[in-house]
Design a protein around this ligand. Structure first.
Ligand code: ZN
Length: 388
């Protein structure tokens, strides 16, 4: 039967081609929903290895999927991301996520064929994680139908389990007032910038009553043009985060009330636009997490059994609320570096990064195969998900 080391060896044998794939993606960074080169490169890589690839999956032009099916059995999904960031390219290392997902899918298929394991492994090519919520769009269109569990691995500075993330909502708030000369006809003005400032101050005051597992942070993106014109339009952008779904609703309601209050105080008209699909908080799966840590340690890595929740957000949250799943992390450096930075981008094409991406791929493939073959493990995973 399959072994973790056997899976790792199989993946290691393909390292030269996998490394070329990862570097090629790294050298062609594309932002949310623009990942044409990356999606095509990944599709061709899989086709060269005998997979039938569905491009523009569920009418998302840069999404794709492929699967290997061998008779009735459970179905396991492996998610790939491949979008980059403006300015810092692969400063989140999604080139390694895609490479690890491909490597794991190849390894699972190999073991399924070799040992006659029934079931399905499906690779989900999900664009636009950094902005736009590709997985949210795909999920709405049925991306997880027919699957029983889903997983992905993400680079960071140390190997840690999935400790959950915040739900995230993004808002643009625009106040519409009336412009007027700031010295000569001030009594005719409705000051939209004042409304922005009052909203900002209201959020700051509210922060004192906000639990530690919530965050609200924002910027002013339009505060008028010149000092001698009272701004008739002003706008700001805010992100609301909470690891509690229940508290997200409270934050949302307070945020809207404060914005309405600011509009009322100034006489400006309020417009709130949701600027991206909402991300849900990430639901953690303890049995999958535990197996990941065990696998990574067995492969020679040094996982840290972290428990503190990550306050960031990811569209995998929406997947994890739908199906049992985990979003585990692997180290690409041996010291702390900032995410979304040039330094992180460098680590995402280092041989250290590659080494651990392939370990993580093996750890993930092993979990997928365990899920397909081990009824007890599958029951534990499902029971943990139902516990919530
Ligand atoms: Zn990322």
């Amino acid at each position: 039967m399959f072994t973790l080391n056997g899976i790792h060896q199989f993946i290691q044998n393909d390292r030269p081609e996998l490394e070329k794939l990862s570097t090629d993606l790294w050298e062609h960074p594309e932002t949310a929903f623009q990942e044409k080169y990356s999606a095509e490169r990944l599709a061709q890589f899989l086709e060269a290895r005998g997979f039938d690839v569905t491009r523009a999956w569920l009418d998302v032009p840069t999404a794709f999927t492929t699967s290997f099916h061998s008779g009735d059995g459970p179905a396991f999904g492996i998610a790939a991301e491949y979008d980059a960031l403006p300015a810092v390219g692969h400063g989140c290392g999604h080139n390694l996520i895609a490479t690890a997902a491909v490597a794991a899918t190849l390894a699972v298929r190999e073991a399924m064929k070799k040992y006659g394991i029934p079931g399905t492994v499906r690779l989900l090519g999900t664009p636009a994680e950094e902005d736009g919520g590709g997985k949210v769009v795909l999920l709405e269109r049925g991306a997880l139908e027919g699957l029983d569990a889903v997983m992905m691995v993400h680079p960071t500075w140390r190997t840690v389990p999935d400790t959950g993330t915040s739900a995230l909502r993004k808002y643009n708030v625009i106040f519409h007032g009336r412009e007027a000369h700031a010295a000569g006809s001030l009594d005719l003005a409705i000051n939209a910038l004042d409304a922005v400032m009052l909203l900002y101050a209201g959020i700051n005051a509210f922060r004192q009553q906000m639990p530690s597992f919530c965050r609200i942070h924002g910027i002013v993106d339009d505060g008028g043009n010149v000092p001698n014109v009272i701004p008739g339009r002003a706008s700001c952008c805010f992100y609301l985060r909470s690891t509690s779904e229940e508290w997200m609703e409270k934050l949302d309601a307070r945020f809207r009330a404060i914005a309405e209050g600011a509009a009322m105080m100034t006489g400006a008209k309020l417009e709130i636009v949701q600027s991206s699909k909402p991300y849900r908080s990430r639901k953690v799966n303890a049995p999958m997490n535990g197996q990941y840590l065990k696998n990574m340690a067995e492969l020679g890595d040094h996982p840290v059994p972290l428990t503190a929740v990550n306050m960031g957000s990811s569209d995998f949250g929406n997947f994890s609320q739908e199906l049992p799943g985990v979003h585990c992390y692997f180290a690409i450096t041996d010291h702390r570096i900032a995410g979304h930075s040039a330094e992180f981008a460098e680590a995402a094409r280092s041989s250290f990064g590659m080494e651990n991406a392939l370990r993580a791929a093996a750890a993930m493939a092993h979990i997928a195969l365990k899920f397909l073959t081990d009824e007890k493990f599958r029951a534990e995973v499902e029971a943990d998900f139902r516990r919530g």
